[in-house]
Design a protein around this ligand. Structure first.
Ligand code: FAD
Ligand code: 2HG
Ligand code: ZN
Length: 467
């Protein structure tokens, strides 16, 4: 049966669109973190929406599951197959056309496999801004960011992907195409179907194209890297930054010393901007169209210093300096990966509880695994921490042996403080089983009902997200 499927896919899409050689498939069956590796019947690379529809229809008829994949930069193992070897990977990598830029509607229509950086450039070429911004924007696809409802470093101002999408084109699990590719700002005709697919991590359908909102360009950027005494200082600074930012505050990021140490140890060409060590650092950016962004930032930092919330600050005086400050923040994932075994926890809490969370959980983790390194950083302005752990120096095995217990300590503390175990990376395979423990029974029932209604045959990425 499945041998027939591969022949049918080849006949319909062409030989070059269907990979079965393990060497050709290798890059598609292991994720960026290296923690998730599986096997697949085939990797299918359609070039158009109708080819996606054909591939999904053939898989559904053969009873074979489909794992959609964009740039394979996801951090929860959602875009790679498991070890069952009975699914196909459907890569959107060949669908990378910008279909339309509409200056009147202020929208951009793109195919799902378009890299995020290409979307940003297309917006810039039109004198506008597509504000989604994250570390691997050259590699991740717009379809992947939609499927995960990605966040990044400008959520504080512009919101998550969910707020940037006006319309979607989706291939459904039975191979039909839902054409919701509309640029409408207002459409109150019942359930907002596109929002079901955004953040569904490929479990309800394959996103093939999207209409995206464009925003005013922000050519003037004022950026500072600051030293802070505590997480409390970082959260106390937020209202000040907001007040002085005057609606132009775009980024407020946090970095613990351990995170900075890893960046300084592993990334070439970076340096500590301060002469002395500090416990915590922040990266702030105010962006707009006029030069007052510099003044706004300076005023905000002076006010913060006079209230004792700031220990030191470096302002970027040139684009090159801005890049080097951003590199310290954006390099953490890569640096932590180079350091060895990592346990990722992309958590979110009410902002007012972040400091308490960090103060209370750290000592409990140290007791559970002496020497464990707390690599804490993230989007503090959104209440989102990447509360990642690295193994005690030279002892990756200890971290792996205690992984379950350490994660439970963190998730229990998050739940007790009213937070969520995934802020922006999703559930995928990594957190699938935790969902049952940390979402309510009603929520899990509703999610299952949606899955059953749209994908009763369990074709789409069915071993992910739902417990
Ligand atoms: P993939 O990894 O290929 O897939 C991700 C999920 O979406 C999978 O479940 C997959 O099945 C599904 N999927 C992919 N394409 C489609 C499609 N067309 N239709 C339906 N389902 C699909 N995330 C943030 O939110 N904020 C960050 O700041 C951030 N920074 C990152 C930094 C680094 C260094 C890395 C490696 C990742 C980062 N991420 C961040 C993770 C983030 O989720 C991804 O980078 C991005 O959103 C995924 O895009 P992708 O094309 O690589 O998707
Ligand atoms: C970031 O904010 C990303 O840098 C990646 O979301 C976080 O690697 C991680 O855990
Ligand atoms: Zn992040």
């Amino acid at each position: 049966m499945t041998g027939d499927l591969v022949s049918d896919l080849r006949a319909a899409l062409g030989d070059r669109a269907v990979l079965t050689d393990p060497a050709d498939m290798a890059a598609y069956v292991t994720d960026w973190t290296g923690s998730f590796t599986g096997t697949a019947l085939a990797v299918v690379r359609p070039a158009s929406t109708s080819e996606v529809a054909t591939a999904v229809r053939l898989c559904a008829a053969a009873g074979v599951g489909v794992v959609p994949q964009g740039g394979n930069t996801g951090l929860v193992g959602g875009g790679v197959p498991d070890s069952g070897g009975d699914q196909i990977v459907l890569s959107l990598g060949r669908m990378r056309r910008v279909r339309e830029v509409d200056p009147v509607a202020d929208t951009l229509t793109v195919e799902a496999g378009t890299p995020l950086a290409t979307v940003q450039s297309a917006a810039a070429d039109a004198g506008r801004l597509f504000p989604l911004s994250l570390g691997f924007e050259g590699s991740c696809t717009i379809g992947g960011t939609i499927a995960t409802n990605a966040g990044g470093t400008a959520v504080l101002r512009y919101g998550m992907v969910r707020e940037l999408v006006l319309g979607l084109e989706v291939v459904l699990p039975d191979g039909r195409v839902w054409d919701g590719l509309r640029p409408l700002r207002k459409d109150n005709t019942g359930y907002d179907l596109k929002q079901l697919f955004i953040g569904s991590e490929g479990t309800l359908g394959v996103v093939t194209a999207a209409v995206l909102r464009l925003l005013p360009a922000t050519p003037r950027r004022a950026t500072a890297f600051v030293a802070l005494e505590s997480v409390e200082a970082a959260t106390a600074l937020l209202p000040l930054l907001r007040e002085h930012g005057g609606g132009q505050l775009t980024t407020w990021e946090l970095l613990g010393r351990q995170a900075l140490d890893l960046v300084l140890a592993h990334l070439p060409g970076v340096r500590d901007p301060f002469g002395t060590r500090h416990e915590w650092y922040g990266l702030v950016e105010i962006a707009g169209t006029s030069d007052d962004v510099d003044e706004r930032l300076e005023d905000a930092l002076s006010a913060a210093a006079s209230q004792g919330l700031l220990l030191d600050a470096v302002l970027a005086g040139s684009p090159a300096q801005r890049e080097s400050l951003w590199a310290l923040r954006e390099g953490v994932s890569e640096a932590q990966k180079s350091e060895g075994a990592t346990l990722k926890h992309d958590v979110t809490l009410p902002i007012s509880s972040l400091a308490r969370f960090v103060a209370e959980v750290g000592p409990v983790l140290q007791e559970a695994l002496p020497g464990v390194r707390l690599v804490t950083y993230g989007h503090v302005g959104d209440g989102n921490l990447h509360y990642n752990l690295s193994a005690p120096v030279g002892d990756d095995a200890a971290l792996q042996a205690r992984a379950g217990a350490l994660t439970r300590i963190i998730y229990d503390a998050v739940a007790a403080l009213g937070g969520s175990i995934s802020a922006e990376h999703g559930i995928g395979a990594l957190k699938r089983d935790a969902v049952a423990a940390y979402k309510s029974g009603v929520e899990v029932d509703l999610m299952r009902a949606v899955k059953q209604a749209i994908d009763p045959g369990g074709v789409m990425n069915s071993r992910k997200v739902l417990p």
